[in-house]
Design a protein around this ligand. Structure first.
Ligand code: G3I
Ligand code: 9MR
Length: 538
């Protein structure tokens, strides 16, 4: 909505929890900001903070704190007598639907099965990649075929990659491990898997696939993809030969860490499955220790996602830590002296999380891990006080920048659990505000949620299914200045870079560098939304 006054308010378009600190960003305004209720009464007048420059977007903005308003409802924001927008919402359980949808998306990504209308609604589709076996590519060091199926498609493509499945699945496992009561009852209409809660049923669908990717010697294959990316077709129409490609240290240790953690969350539901996970983890770890330097890179005939990584020490820290927590065996124990926000290529942060949150098993190491968490979380909380009120700074805008933001939020929440200090909780809420609309693009980055959200994500099913709305509950990668996709698909991907990292984005299906979706990007969003609901549910 444009106004003569030319001020803009950037808000969390899903809304704000009644009891939380609440803030929006305002640009081009001077003087007070009024919050007006449905009966056109001003219920709160706020004096915004001093304007500060936010480097990632080059904007000069103010923050307006309206925490005092604690009455659920839908409000308008008014400046200089003009209504800027009328979609400001306050409610309890405000992120429950976001939690469910961001987790439900994993169901939509399932390989090897039909998505029935009863669960998938208008996004129902035929099963894709139903072949019970795949050919072992010569890069695996083996020949013949491997029985492999199930799992989640990685992203907008139909590859399945162990490294990226690793951090994704671990993040979802942690969500359950931290909030079992909340997730024992939360349901989002997916097919039942015995008596398992929905979150455990969904995670198991991917664990079942990961388990098929372990070779008899304990090593784990890197990925399951066709040789190249398919065109914009539905999964069932991607008929190219599937290959099991590569085997390496990163995949093997990531697998070990995930399976060791899985053991803990399944053992009370299905001891046989839990033990299978733990045995697989031990075997993988042994292979990793014996083969510590097998880095993966794409063979010359393969052009699907690489997830290549040459620093393999962090994967060992993650795997050993999780095995130690689950078994107590001293040989697995790791020492971690530093760590940063995790991503698929650097999982030291996952080891920090594991150590910090398992004080009973880890003893005094847990306090050291908390020191690591606090150091970074203090910087984050400080950064969240100015500019757009978010943690992100210029160098955080990489491919999948929204997952960097989300993982910063997760880091803040871990610090909050262990210290109880509200400033970390508040900063984590602001991360969610950013992802759901309080950002320079003035949009929610989650499909199907908010007043403005992506309509053309780089996601083959959403492009090919003939349904106008994209599959819901997907977090797009988000702005970043790399422009790696510019010029792809001929005229479609024109240069969308603005000279600023936080606004270099286009809602166009061609833009895999700014508008793709991925399982490792949804997971920290689901964690953040889910944890904030669970924390407030008691
Ligand atoms: O390693 C350098 C680092 O040294 C440098 O500081 C930094 C500056 O940008 O770049 C780092 O490399 C980046 C790398 O990710 C590691 O973060 C590359 O620039 C960047 O292009 C690369 O992007 C990855 C992209 O694939 C291309 O390989 C994304 O992280 C990754 O999420 C994405 O994953 C794809 C899969 O391959 C296929 N499936 C879809 C999925 C999502 O787009
Ligand atoms: O669809 C692919 C996406 O999943 C990857 O992240 C991206 C980068 O590896 O590549 C996409 O595929 C494109 C390919 O690289 C170049 N030709 C156009 C393809 C589809 O847009």
């Amino acid at each position: 909505a444009s106004s003569a006054y030319a001020a803009t308010a950037y808000i969390n378009q899903i809304g704000y929890r009644t009891s939380d600190q609440k803030e929006f960003t305002i640009e081009g305004a001077s003087g007070a900001v009024e919050i007006v209720d449905a009966a056109n009464q001003t219920v709160l007048t706020v004096t915004p903070s001093m304007a500060t420059q936010w480097s990632p977007s080059g904007q000069s903005v103010q923050l307006a704190d309206f925490s005092e308003l604690k009455t659920p409802g839908i409000y308008s924001i008014k400046v200089g007598g003009e209504i800027l927008r009328s979609d400001l919402k306050i409610a309890d359980k405000i992120f429950e639907e976001v939690t469910k949808a961001s987790l439900k998306w994993y169901y939509y990504q399932r390989a090897s099965m039909t998505l029935d209308e009863a669960y998938a609604g208008k996004w129902k589709r035929a099963a894709g990649h139903t072949n019970p076996t795949a050919t072992l590519h010569n890069s695996t060091g083996s020949s013949g075929s491997l029985a492999t199926s199930k799992g989640w498609y990685d992203a907008g493509d139909y590859g399945r990659y162990i490294v990226n499945s690793g951090i994704t699945t671990y993040t979802l496992i942690s969500l359950y491990e931290h909030f079992p009561e909340y997730f024992n009852t939360l349901k989002w209409n997916i097919p039942a898997e015995g008596a398992l809660p929905d979150l455990l049923a969904e995670i198991k669908y991917n664990l079942d696939w990961m388990l098929t990717m372990q070779a008899p010697d304990g090593g784990v294959y890197h990925k399951l993809t066709t040789l190249g990316f398919p065109g914009d077709v539905m999964p069932a129409k991607d008929k190219d030969l599937l290959y099991v490609i590569g085997k390496g240290t990163a995949a093997t240790f990531d697998f070990a860490g995930v399976m060791a953690a899985a053991y803990r969350i399944y053992k009370n539901f299905d001891a046989t499955f839990a033990n299978q996970c733990l045995e697989a983890a031990k075997k993988a770890y042994t292979w990793g220790i014996a083969n510590p330097n097998v880095a993966f890179s794409n063979p010359s005939d393969v052009s699907t996602g690489e997830y290549g990584d040459s620093g393999l020490e962090d994967e060992k820290l993650f795997a050993g830590t999780e095995l130690f927590i689950s078994t107590g065996e001293a040989s697995y124990k790791q020492t971690v002296n530093e760590g940063s926000v995790p991503g698929w290529g650097n999982v030291t942060g996952l080891a920090v999380y594991g150590i910090a949150t398992h004080a009973k098993e880890m003893g005094s190491d847990a306090a050291n891990a908390l020191t690591i968490l606090k150091k970074t979380a203090d910087e984050f909380a400080e950064r969240a006080n100015t500019g757009f009120g978010v943690v992100m700074s210029d160098y955080d805008f990489v491919w999948g920048s929204n997952s960097v933001a989300a993982n910063q939020g997760v880091w803040l929440l871990y610090t909050y659990y262990l210290t109880g200090e509200k400033k970390y909780y508040n900063a984590a809420c602001k991360v969610l505000d950013y992802l759901l609309g309080k950002n320079p693009l003035n949009m929610s980055f989650l499909t199907g949620f908010g007043s403005t959200s992506p309509m053309m994500p780089h996601h083959r099913p959403s492009t090919a299914d003939g349904v106008k709305e994209p599959v819901p509950g997907m977090l797009v990668g988000g702005p970043q200045p790399g422009g790696e996709d510019i010029g792809s698909q001929s005229w479609e991907c024109r240069d969308y870079r603005t000279g600023y990292p936080a606004t270099s984005y286009t809602d166009n299906r061609c833009s895999y560098a700014s508008n793709e979706v991925a399982i490792n990007w949804n997971a920290p969003l689901a964690y953040l939304a889910g944890a904030l609901e669970a924390i407030n549910s008691g």
